[in-house]
Design a protein around this ligand. Structure first.
Ligand SMILES: C[S@@+](CC[C@H](N)C(=O)[O-])C[C@H]1O[C@@H](n2cnc3c(N)ncnc32)[C@H](O)[C@@H]1O
Length: 190
């Protein structure tokens, strides 16, 4: 059965909204792949704000950015994404063009240090308020393990609860007709 790369799909979708000089958030920097992607898209006139609760993720992301030789300002915070409203200066609120969430655990790291439903939902609510009117929120969720199942269900409910008249919402499954495989949510304000 055909398997879709949801990281690739998320990048493709984000590319359609980003221009040089835009402001972005990587809500879960992990190994830094999405941070580097965002930094390359927005260039030196833009900014990437990155969050992760693990120092190893912050270090790994810094290292990837150095190797990638990007000159985009990237501000990394070893803080939960549920604090983004407090951390990101007011002048950027409502002006962020893309917020990316890639849930779960750090690949190659401690599988107990995973995103948690309560902080994820709190952060999603904040991310929506951060978005520019023509912005995009992407959420990659991983059901298939106990915490991931619950988190993906709650993300699903959260998306379903967003007013359809005010949000354009879609969901891509990594495998057709499979509910327990990774899925990508795309949310845009209308
Ligand atoms: C699947 S990884 C992210 C992959 C990453 N986007 C990349 O491109 O490599 C999920 C990350 O979320 C982080 N995380 C878990 N809880 C978090 C929280 N409350 N706030 C921010 N990051 C969190 C984990 O530490 C882990 O590094």
């Amino acid at each position: 059965m055909k398997r879709i790369s949801l990281v690739h799909e998320a990048h493709k979708a984000v590319q359609t909204v980003l221009q040089a000089g835009d402001y972005t958030i990587d809500a879960t920097v992990g190994n830094g792949h999405d941070t580097l992607f965002l930094a390359r898209q927005v260039g030196p006139g833009g900014i990437v704000f990155g969050f992760d609760i693990q120092q190893s993720a912050i270090d790994q992301t810094r290292c990837r950015l150095e190797q990638g030789k990007v000159d985009t300002p990237v501000e990394l915070f070893r803080v939960s994404h549920a604090e983004m409203t407090n951390i990101i200066p007011m002048q950027f609120h409502g002006r962020i063009k893309a917020v990316m969430f890639n849930l779960g655990y750090l690949p190659g790291g401690d599988k107990l240090l995973i995103t948690r439903t309560d902080t994820t939902i709190a952060a999603l609510n904040q991310a929506l308020r951060m978005l520019a009117p023509d912005g995009l929120l992407t959420i990659l969720a991983y059901p298939g393990h106990p915490c991931g199942d619950q988190e993906a269900d709650e993300v699903d409910k959260w998306c379903a609860g967003l007013e359809g008249s005010r949000h354009d919402k879609s969901c891509i499954n990594s495998q057709e007709n499979q509910t327990s495989t990774p899925r990508l949510y795309l949310v845009r304000p209308i």
